[in-house]
Design a protein around this ligand. Structure first.
Ligand code: NDP
Length: 261
């Protein structure tokens, strides 16, 4: 991914980041190859995030709870599976608010929602309401949070226009609503229930200024876009592999260049 290479070049890091397409039946061989070549680690995408686990030597705390890995890291000769999806989000969120003890409303129950929900819960969020259309997917995430984290989670089925409860302190869109090319799409929520001071975060990185972000800002909310989350995910991955804290702005500029092309 050009974003990571841009950081390597900027900081003079003698590393490369290359994309390899690995078919599912070759995943075990690919991990063996990475070990044989002494790679510092690698990112994984769908469909490998769950299936890679048996080929690794251990898991970080949140990856173990999620049962999904998007980043493998060589530590002391062992390949450890981490998940940076939610960690990137958390790093962005902490610039505005500490989630400990807070009530969160999160839209969506897919992979992004699972990663964010688990990180929020491990960071001490008190109450997490999952708002989702599909009951089964929503309930699966609620059960995971209740069974494996200290947070209390509940499901609100998304039927018609949703009103943000008055006691919510953080609202997260973890659905794909608003992702390019469906840039005009809007979450079916009562915009009037977005009250001043509420923190509203959107996972959509492209375009970062979604209708949700615009609506939230017009209501006096504090907002966080998905571009920052994506950049932070890269920053955390590079820190894991190289030990170096890279400048997020270098990665952000590269992503903006790619998205505007
Ligand atoms: P999934 O397909 O796993 O889940 C999508 C979720 O969105 C489901 O819960 C689905 O609901 C919901 N959804 C989709 N369309 C609608 C709609 N029209 N109305 C209501 N709910 C809807 O996707 P992921 O979780 O993997 O990814 C979600 C988004 O997160 C993507 O757009 C991706 O770009 C973004 N993302 C951003 C990252 C970042 O770093 N900024 C990192 C990872 C992802 P249902 O279950 O009812 O079908």
């Amino acid at each position: 991914m050009a974003m990571v290479e841009a950081a390597y070049q900027h900081h003079g890091l003698d590393y490369r980041y290359i994309n390899c397409e690995v078919p599912p039946e070759k995943l075990a061989d690919a991990v063996k190859g990475a070990r044989a070549m002494n790679w510092a680690g690698f990112n994984l995408s769908i469909p490998h995030k769950v299936n890679v686990i048996p080929f690794l030597d251990g898991l970080g705390e949140s990856a173990a709870v999620m049962g999904a890995v998007n980043c493998a890291v060589l530590r002391g000769g062992k390949l450890i599976g981490e998940n940076t999806d939610g960690k990137g989000f958390l790093q962005s969120l902490r610039e505005l608010i500490d989630p400990a003890g807070k009530s969160v409303v999160m839209f969506g129950a897919g992979g992004a929602a699972r990663a964010i929900g688990v990180e929020l819960a491990l960071a001490g969020a008190k109450h997490i309401t999952i708002v989702n259309r599909d009951q089964k997917r929503g309930q699966t995430l609620v059960d995971l949070l209740n069974d494996k984290t200290p947070a209390h989670a509940e499901l609100a089925l998304w039927r018609g226009t949703y009103r943000i409860p008055a006691d919510a302190e953080v609202v997260v869109n973890a659905t794909s609503i608003g992702l390019y090319p469906d840039v005009d799409a809007r979450l079916d929520i009562d915009v009037g229930s977005l009250r001043k001071g509420l923190v509203v975060a959107d996972v959509i990185p492209n375009p970062p200024r979604t209708n949700l972000i615009k609506d939230a800002e017009s209501r006096g909310c504090r907002s966080l876009d998905g571009l920052g989350m994506l950049v932070n995910q890269g920053v955390i991955g590079v820190k894991y592999w190289t030990g170096v804290d890279v400048d997020p702005n270098v990665m952000k500029r590269k992503l903006e260049e790619i998205f505007s092309a």
